[in-house]
Design a protein around this ligand. Sequence first.
Ligand SMILES: [Zn+2]
Length: 336
Amino acid sequence: MHTGLTHTLDLDRNGKTSGYFGIPFSIDRSPYFQVKVPICLIRNGEGPSLLLMAGNHGDEYEGELSLAKLIRRLDPKQIKGRVTILPMANAPAVMAAKRCSPLDGGNLNRAFPGDPLGTPTSRLANFLETELFPRHDVIFDIHSGGTSMEHLPTALVERNTDPDRQGRGVELMRALGMPYGFVADNGRASPTSMGAARRAGAIGVSGEFGGGGTATVDTMAIAARAIDSLMITLGVVEAPVLAPESKPSAPTRLLSLSRHSQGLYATRRGWFEPAVRLGDGVAAGQLAGWYHDLERLDLAEEALHFAESGIVLSRRLHTMCEAGDCLLQVAEPVEG
Ligand SMILES: [Zn+2]
């Protein structure tokens, strides 16, 4: 079948194989150009199978750097089963330090299930969902807030109507050892990697590790622990590979983000000054910040208030905003 994506790799081979997927895309500079997406396949016989993916959005670095390290460090003899690593899934976006691909504007995490005749991003999504994901028990897709946003380190799984799969998903999410966790309700048709994982028969696990288009000591440590812990929990490896074993200071605290009123949105152009920090506990009605209009210096800044109580989960980092930009999100702590 023509999938709009070519490669010469044996996806089921034992040992360690590094190579590329090629997505033909003729451009001015290069008529026979192919988008090259690096992949590393590591297999040692039968056993659990894990796909690790980063660079779904190009400007989210904890996963990209950690998985690049893992490619160099992981030896097939160390593992049982299969580890597949996509360190920069939307490679053009990674190379441009952008969320979306500059070639086609594609947001890979909104492109599933994709189209074999579509844009490069759409063809990649289609190949991942129909060819690569179904070869794996678990898909771990590593995100962060990206250039424009900072985000509390938060693991994520999609709610599944199958109680066994739901239970296993939450168990794996907790195994990551992250401070916070979500069960998202995006439904079976979700255009995200987690929706694709579910349709492909795999358990999808994801997480936001930081943001700001950077990597920090703390967010890299959380990412390393999450990747190591997941591999150990699945039985792919017996000992940590990326970092010495470290215990999280507390169990993962579950959060819920299910209502639009949990987000504070700009409704016009302006400049936002926050009154809270990421991770702060806030109450409905509490001051969230001030909205300035630098084009109207005669106008007082407007006080903005939270509509809902909870924990400040994410914050827009770019001070200048347009109508529709999400300034802050508040998540509700839940039991379980
Ligand atoms: Zn992302």
